[in-house]
Design a protein around this ligand. Structure first.
Ligand code: KG4
Ligand code: ZN
Length: 368
């Protein structure tokens, strides 16, 4: 059973062919046309430009994904079992490009359609690695637009445990990078700057370990861990970015011009990364404990972050021995269509398709 999956919810035009093989989704091809270089000069995604780029890219990307999976356009109607597409959440004009293309192909090729929630797609990337999750699982999905903790007790049943009250962690990374003058997208830029510190160790405020610097001395930069002890599973990262801004404005070493800004900036980047990772991991572990999860999962664009990945592995092994940790494979962390295909295969196997006339792009689509 092979399906073509399409993802255009933000600034990546993506298509993949994913098959159900030996009881699991397997990626046969995965093509992503990134618009990062185009949006970089604006410091963020410009929706109108993103939509225009999708128009130009979508058919060549689909053709490439089919051919890479050994399927010609002529063979597609016979070799494919369905067409899947991200229906939301995301930018409406971007979503519409994928949705209308999927609808047109499904009608032309007379194939079933599967509508996929983008966050469900991110979570499903955890089924594309070597180890498979065991349920119940607690999944942290953290990207530019989303910051959600979800409990999965059985396939296709999602219970939202917590969400962000303002900015998602990815958005906070992007804004913090702007404050630090580190460029877009912020997550990889902050990670790269932090990585220039020798012996960088993640600071865990709860466990009273102070951040260390290249000189081995204790750094003075300490940022808050927002809502870390709030007793619920919600997040709030908007204040963290503001705290960073205020500390930089007050930093006399910068204002007096004495500081080596590159080095000092790396310390800010490292502490910002620590604050985000510390908060995300701490709450994920609390949720896993409370709901007796057999697996802790991590997905979404921010899950590309190596410090976050390592910290989740380390702390689950320490605090929840015997619990499986499954993190989306690096290639399927930021937006891609393989994860949409994986989610769609579970839906198709459960008979969940949608009639072409009912498919609708929904920028605020909720997860059920
Ligand atoms: O999942 P994604 O591609 O798009 C959304 O659904 O939003 O996530 C993009 C986000 C951006 O905010 C980007 O800064 C962040 O993921 N990101 C990272 C890293 N790579 C991407 N954040 C932290 N560390 C990274 N290595
Ligand atoms: Zn995403």
């Amino acid at each position: 059973m092979k399906i073509l999956a399409i993802e255009t919810s933000c600034d990546e035009t993506a298509a993949a062919v994913v098959a159900w093989q030996k009881g699991r989704p397997v990626v046969l091809s995965n093509i992503v046309s990134s618009q990062i270089a185009i949006h970089q000069k604006y410091g963020g995604v410009v929706p109108e430009i993103a939509a225009r780029e999708h128009v130009l890219n979508i058919l060549p990307v689909i053709e490439e994904a089919l051919l890479a999976a050994g399927i010609t356009r002529k063979q597609a109607p016979k070799k494919l079992a369905a067409i899947a597409v991200t229906a939301g959440p995301g930018l409406i004009t971007s979503l519409m490009m994928g949705v209308e293309t999927a609808r047109s192909l499904a009608v032309a090729w007379d194939l079933p359609l599967i509508d996929v929630n983008h966050i469900e797609g991110h979570m499903s990337a955890c089924w594309l690695g070597e180890k498979l999750p065991e349920l119940p699982a607690v999944v942290m999905t953290v990207s530019g637009g989303h910051n959600m903790l979800v409990l999965i007790k059985e396939p296709l049943k999602y219970k939202i445990l917590g969400d962000t009250r303002d900015d998602a962690a990815g958005e906070a990374f992007d804004k913090a990078a702007k404050i630090l003058g580190l460029g877009y997208p912020g997550g990889p830029a902050i990670a790269a700057s932090a990585a220039t510190i020798n012996n960088y160790q993640l600071s865990i405020i709860n466990e009273r370990v102070a951040p260390s610097t290249s000189s081995g001395q204790v750094a003075k930069i300490v940022l808050p861990r927002p809502m870390i002890n709030s007793g619920d599973f919600d997040f709030s990262f908007s204040g963290l970015k503001t705290a960073l801004l205020y500390q930089i404005q007050k930093d006399s070493s910068i204002n007096s011009g004495q500081a080596n800004w590159q080095g000092r900036r790396a310390e800010y980047a490292a502490e910002f990364q620590s604050a985000v990772a510390d908060t995300l991991v701490s709450k994920t572990i609390k949720a896993a404990k409370k709901f007796g999860a057999k697996t802790v999962m991590l997905s979404g664009g921010v899950s590309a972050n190596k410090v976050l990945r390592a910290e989740l592995e380390r702390r689950v092994a320490d605090k929840l021995p015997g619990t499986r940790v499954i993190i989306a494979p690096q290639a399927y962390t930021t937006d891609n269509a393989a994860m949409i295909g994986a989610a769609a295969l579970f839906r198709l196997r459960a008979g969940k398709t949608i009639i072409w006339s009912k498919l609708k792009a929904d920028p605020n689509l909720e997860i059920k």
